[in-house]
Write a protein that binds this ligand. Structure first.
Ligand code: ATP
Ligand code: MG
Length: 318
């Protein structure tokens, strides 16, 4: 990988999960955690596990929740030297409880945690100047510190011939202020790989209809699109109007959180390792499916060996 590691910038959190299904946190109840989490951290964990060179930019507090994350990413083979340790603020956290209908209640501490308190530094600059790929979550654009790092990093990575992947990760209804919307569009247009899920495709394109959205995104400058459809699988769209549908693997879903990030981390890493879209789709689908069979947002992220075993032993939907 002559151009250097894949870098992900964004929030690092612990997740604490209610072990019973129901409404929210108003009553004392059994919980399990802390699990290492944060969408960007899940993505980079999967990159590292698959054997891609990977590095994370973000911050944790000087506490055990932070160490859960840095220890975990280090074990996955991720360079954690650009994760800063905030002396004053605690590691970010998310408490989550699933309702009967599959929707979720959250209690977050992100904006006022270490997760949102990092910025450009000498170490971050040195990393970006030797990196070959940047992965960005659209949701990070509403965190000012992350936004400042991303803005600078996109330009540097692109200028040195590196590539950019973007997971819009933004609800369809969400209205951004004018400035953030402009930044979001610019980011999408610069994406070599766009990884939307469901309606995020139309949200990113700013137009209704799947075919129209795909056409518009290629016009904007996007190079490659992979649409994630949960248990219905995923679809690759190429600029030559080529399309590959990848069926989902049949699994027992225990915890759906993190599927999209594991899928993306695996797909991107395989592409960077020189695999075809078809092959990368197989690993991405396996990574997403395997991850939902284990409790915890990144506990099911697989190594190359684990994913090969999963692929060989798991049926795909017809
Ligand atoms: P997230 O909840 O992490 O935001 P996402 O919405 O971005 O996820 P999904 O479409 O839910 O992404 O999942 C990504 C991929 O993982 C899917 O395209 C599919 O290949 C696989 N996957 C997800 N859920 C399942 C499932 N229940 N069974 C089989 N495969 C799944
Ligand atoms: Mg998603």
């Amino acid at each position: 990988d002559p151009l250097g590691p894949t870098v992900c910038v964004g929030e690092i959190l612990v997740e604490i999960v209610a072990t019973t299904v129901g409404d929210g946190f108003l009553k004392a109840q059994p919980l399990v955690g802390p699990f290492a989490s944060g969408a960007p951290a899940i993505f980079i964990s999967q990159c590292g596990r698959l054997g891609g060179k990977a590095a994370m930019v973000g911050a944790v507090g000087d506490d055990d929740f932070g160490r859960v994350n840095t220890d975990r990413l280090k074990r996955d083979g991720v360079d954690v030297s650009t994760i800063s340790i905030d002396p004053d603020y605690p590691t970010g956290s998310a408490f989550v409880r699933y309702r009967k209908d599959g929707s979720r209640d959250f209690v977050y501490n992100i904006a006022t945690s270490a997760a949102a308190r990092f910025g450009w530094s000498q170490a971050v600059g040195d990393l970006i100047n030797r990196s070959g790929h940047l992965h960005v979550m659209g949701s990070a654009l509403s965190v000012p510190s992350a936004r400042a790092v991303i803005d600078k990093a996109v330009d540097i990575v692109k200028a040195r011939g590196g590539t950019l992947s973007v997971d819009p990760n933004i609800r369809k209804e969400l209205k951004l202020d004018e400035d953030t919307e402009r930044r979001f569009s610019k980011l999408v247009a610069a994406a070599d790989l766009l990884l939307p899920s469901g309606e995020e495709l139309e949200r990113a394109a700013g137009i209704e209809g799947e075919a129209e959205a795909i056409r518009r995104l290629f016009e904007m400058g996007v190079k490659e699109i992979v649409l994630k459809r949960g248990a219905d699988g995923a679809t690759y769209f190429g600029r030559q109007r080529d399309r590959i549908d990848a069926p989902a693997f049949v699994v027992q879903e225990v915890d759906p959180t993190g599927a999209g990030d594991c899928f993306g981390g695996a797909y991107l890493t395989c592409r960077r390792l020189g695999m075809s879209p078809q092959q990368a789709l197989t690993y991405g689908s396996a990574a997403g499916a395997r991850n939902v069979t284990v409790l915890g947002p990144m506990e099911g992220a697989g190594t190359r060996q684990e994913l090969d075993a999963f692929i060989a032993s798991t049926e795909r939907r017809p």
